[in-house]
Design a protein around this ligand. Structure first.
Ligand code: FES
Ligand code: MG
Length: 570
């Protein structure tokens, strides 16, 4: 016998409570039969004009609704906090956990049997998935899709070019007028960043985990097939409710291992690490930083997409989409994992094929034999740090240089272009206090722009180390997510300009060449970090956020509270 629908605890009630639950809904012109045993499907919408990447979501939601109705469900769309990467200060990441709390409570408190999560811009995916996992009702993701490839003076451009353009302007290779022209050509359609940045990496993550229908990651936002997929997603969630297929059934340890391997094959974002760790924490699957190194180590780079490669998300779609990438690394995946369509990963990718091996390479002739995330250890990062070699300079993978330390982002901005700055191409740029507590919110500043005088000499990359993050669209020899962060008073907070630092990616080491006695002296002299944020949400954040190696979730949000609410409102 089918399990009773959760929504019956609201709409199925008699007397005063049932009256209240139904009567006010009827003011929207809803016929009585909609309340009689239909699965109620929430459409959790991150539409906002302040989140340009998700600005088309009202329209996309109509397709989802159509699918839900076709399959016999009752759709109810609701808004949740939307996190726009480009406008929010000091960083959208400061609000990921807040949005996840809102999503969790909104789903639990309302008469929902299942939910469609509408995700797009970077943080909107992890926040919705984290929240849904902590309730664990049937849930499926529809992503908004990437923008069409940008165009500038006859060439293809995407967000990764922003970093190049900005350095070109600073070194005098590009004029302000040209930069303006590029700005007009970059974001020419609806959708999120057109490269394999964090948003696209997140869309791939949900598809690899099995939380979306196959093909979700790559269909462009502007393509009619995005709407078709949204409609099919609406149909499918109704079936998932009947099957009682919940996130906890899909998100096994094997599913997480699959997602890590896929993120390597696509040259995915470093931000994938903290978001996947946080999601695992919500479903109670043990996952640690080393797993990202372990399960991506043998995986070649298959997708030739910026910033690790050459092409754009649009090209990925035309070349076969994520299933075609997964097909190439099939032997590294757990094919038996269940996915949202009720089929296994192996079944979903069975007929997938690369239609353009320039974009989706064959496993025996990959874009790069190595990919993925390397996890570094050493006294400079007692609890780890990460680097993405596919976006870095091979010659800097083993490097020893003198530190040039910036205490915080203001210090960096003030001194980086100073001609008197004691720095050369061999130096290691260190940025402190860009971590979860220190900034706060762990912004994407880790791919620090190089000193102007070195840019003018033609230097294009240097080793940079910080406790912050980097945009998924960014690149360079950038060590990120140093844990513990400077604000936690670990060794990273004790680095001084002139110290020698050695990076050895092959051997997974990051060392500060200062002896323990000297470090102990410095520790004695140093005042402990004090956050100036003493009220409101930011205080809650600083007090409860965990370090990057744990996923930067709040300590009290780990796990699930389930979907039960026993008491009524009146
Ligand atoms: Fe939204 Fe890049 S800014 S995905
Ligand atoms: Mg970003």
């Amino acid at each position: 016998m089918e399990k009773q629908l959760r929504s019956r605890q609201w709409f199925g009630k008699k007397g005063k409570d049932g009256f209240i639950y139904r009567a006010w809904m009827r003011n929207q012109g809803i016929p009585d039969d909609q309340f009689r045993g239909k699965p109620v499907i929430g459409i959790c919408n991150t539409w906002s004009e302040l989140t340009p990447c998700n600005a088309h979501f009202r329209e996309l939601a109509e397709s989802v609704k159509r699918g839900i109705i076709e399959a016999g469900g009752f759709p109810l769309e609701f808004p949740v906090m939307s996190l726009g990467e480009t406008l929010m200060k000091p960083t959208a990441m400061l609000y990921r956990n807040l949005a996840s709390m809102e999503v969790e409570e909104a789903i639990r408190a309302n008469p929902l049997d299942g939910v469609v999560l509408m995700c797009g811009c970077d943080k909107t995916t992890p926040s919705l998935v984290m929240g849904a996992c902590s309730v664990d009702v049937p849930a499926i993701v529809i992503s908004g899709g990437a923008m069409l490839t940008g165009k500038f003076r006859g060439r293809d451009i995407g967000t990764s070019d922003l970093w190049r353009f900005s350095e070109d302007v600073r070194s005098g290779v590009m004029s302000e007028e040209e930069l303006n022209e590029a700005e007009a050509g970059m974001c020419r359609s609806r959708g999120h960043c057109a490269v394999m940045g964090t948003a696209s990496s997140m869309a791939c993550m949900v598809e690899a985990l099995g939380l979306s229908l196959p093909g979700n990651a790559a269909i462009p936002a502007a393509d009619a097939n995005r709407k078709v997929l949204a409609q099919l997603t609406g149909r499918r969630i109704v079936e998932m409710v009947h099957e009682d297929l919940k996130p906890s059934d899909i998100l096994t340890r094997e599913a997480f291992e699959n997602a890590i391997a896929v993120n390597a094959a696509i040259g995915g974002s470093t931000n994938f690490v903290i978001h996947l760790l946080a999601i695992a924490g919500r479903v109670g699957v043990p996952l640690e930083l080393e797993d990202f190194d372990r399960f991506s180590r043998q995986v070649p780079l298959i997708a030739n997409l910026q910033p690790s490669g050459r092409y754009f998300m649009e090209d990925l779609y035309y070349a076969g989409g994520l299933p075609a990438v997964m097909k190439q690394i099939a032997e590294k995946l757990h094919g038996g994992c269940t996915t949202a369509n009720g089929k296994s990963i192996a079944e979903n990718i069975r007929t997938a094929k690369s239609w353009d091996t320039n974009v989706i390479a064959m496993a025996d002739a990959p874009v790069n034999p190595q990919s993925g995330i390397v996890v570094l250890r050493g006294n400079l990062c007692e609890n780890g740090a990460i680097i993405k070699p596919s976006a870095a300079t091979p010659a800097l993978m083993q490097h020893r240089g003198k530190a040039v330390v910036f205490r915080d982002i203001e210090d960096y901005k003030q001194r980086i272009n100073d001609p008197a700055l004691d720095v050369d191409a061999n130096s290691v740029l260190v940025l402190q206090h860009a971590g979860p507590k220190g900034y706060p919110g762990m912004p994407e500043v880790g791919n620090l722009g190089l000193p102007a005088k070195l840019l003018q000499q033609g230097v294009t990359d240097m080793v940079r180390i910080s406790d912050g993050r980097m945009s998924g669209t960014g690149f360079g020899t950038v060590v990120l997510h140093v844990s513990p962060e400077a604000a936690e008073n670990g060794t990273f907070s004790l680095v001084e300009s002139g110290d020698w630092i050695s990076l050895d990616v092959e051997n997974r080491r990051l060392e500060l060449e200062v002896d323990d006695i000297e470090l102990a002296e410095r520790r004695k002299r140093k005042a402990a970090f004090q956050s100036p944020y003493t009220r409101g949400y930011v205080r809650l954040f600083v007090e409860h956020v965990e370090q990057a190696d744990k996923g930067a979730d709040f300590d009290f949000l780990k796990g699930s509270s389930g979907s039960q609410v026993t008491r009524d409102s009146h």
